[in-house]
Design a protein around this ligand. Sequence first.
Ligand SMILES: Cc1cc2nc3c(=O)[nH]c(=O)nc-3n(C[C@H](O)[C@H](O)[C@H](O)COP(=O)(O)OP(=O)(O)OC[C@H]3O[C@@H](n4cnc5c(N)ncnc54)[C@H](O)[C@@H]3O)c2cc1C
Length: 464
Amino acid sequence: MAHYTLTREIPKTSAYDIVIAGGGPAGTAAAIVAGRLGAKVLLIEATGCLGGMGTSGLVTAFDPMANGEQNLVGGIMLEIVETMYERGQLPPHVTPEFWRRKYHCWTQFRAEGLKQLLDDMTQDAGVEVLLFTTLVDVDADEQSVNGAIINNIEGFHYVPSKTFIDCTGDAVLAHLAGVPCRTNPHFMPGTLCSLHAGVDWDRAAKHSQQALLEQAIGAGHFTQPDRHLPGLTRAGGQLGYLNGGHLFGKNALNARERTEGMILGRKLVREYVDFYRKYMPGCENMELVCTAALMGVRETRRIVGEYELCFADYQARRQFPDQIGVFNKFVDIHVRDCSDEEYARFQHEMSDIGRLKQGECFGIPYGILVPKGWQNLWVAGRCNSSDVMVHGSIRVMPAAAMMGQAAGTAAVQAIQTGQTACALDTERLVFSLRDQGAYLPQGTLCREMTRRDVSQDRGVNNEV
Ligand SMILES: Cc1cc2nc3c(=O)[nH]c(=O)nc-3n(C[C@H](O)[C@H](O)[C@H](O)COP(=O)(O)OP(=O)(O)OC[C@H]3O[C@@H](n4cnc5c(N)ncnc54)[C@H](O)[C@@H]3O)c2cc1C
């Protein structure tokens, strides 16, 4: 591709303590906690609301937050769910047992309720939020970020800050700063989620969607015979949230393919609506309310961090002295194509591979949030430093929020103490997170983070 050199002067804003790019579960948790701790925080979000996949992506269910015996995900995420419950923003069938105790139980919620709550929580915490604002470039040198270049209706601005947190899901800030990232050539496909009205759940809930899907595929109903259907889930009285229709081969790091993915997603949703109306009792009057404004992306970049959380750690239920969260979710890696072999692999993975039992959990160490050697940059949420398998577990919203909360707290600690991201006192961080309601059961603490980078051992791309 030919290159064009652009040189221009752009206005510089006042300086911040923390600039956070991306207002999904990770970014909002980071911003809220840092604001509450007294930092001057700017949260920039490309869309018109906070919540990321949970709102603009219409992924309206939080993954399991408990392990069958107790709640594992505390802090901001727990506060969000409890407040949504108090505000009547969870569907009628959802009870506190869902997130406080149950094993492998999803907590459905109303996306509008989450949007409003996150507005309230960021405002109460004194966070400056800029919606419809995109991070477009980064000024960085010697493993330190000086400023973010943002773009919105006012044009370009240079935003100086003491610290930065990348919560874009795609490691946009880290990548632009020059942080090495991994990508998986066999990345999981995304899905364009959608909301539907007119579902009679008393009847619909009695039927196996999988059995009906197999029947419809056998009858040639779908242009894309995809046997992996996460499915239609109750999201309200007569409301359904559909996670169906994989966007195979559409790489979300490619603007054209992302666009093609949205168009394909909207086409597939029509086929799923016809399928449910025709095959599933209770869905005869189902109506499409809307498809999501954001493509549901499962996998793009993962940074090379001070630690890479590996499947062996997960299988060992490893606990770390510097863990900032614990989790129990199974490895959820979707089919990569429509073949029978691929579906068989997926079924095997879902039924077996290292699934944690009731009462168990594995630790998420601090080092997966810190790009290797970087001073004032953290990366939280989906683009954390983990291998493909563990990423299949911790890419989800409750884990992303725990990572965001830890990154926001760490950034404040760094500002207050002069410590860098890669040399942070992790004992102090764990104490702070416990004070904020995080469940961190490790008996042994350590002032230095656990380190390991095994990126060189892996057969995946290193994209710089
Ligand atoms: C189809 C699908 C179904 C899923 N189902 C579930 C589920 O049932 N339960 C669950 O808990 N999780 C689920 N997940 C996973 C989960 O939704 C995401 O992995 C999670 O939201 C990641 O959080 P995040 O904060 O890292 O990123 P995101 O939620 O993706 O948020 C990133 C935010 O950053 C913004 N952004 C990106 N680039 C820029 C930029 N350059 N400048 C400014 N802003 C930017 C985006 O607009 C977005 O708002 C699902 C994911 C998909 C795709």
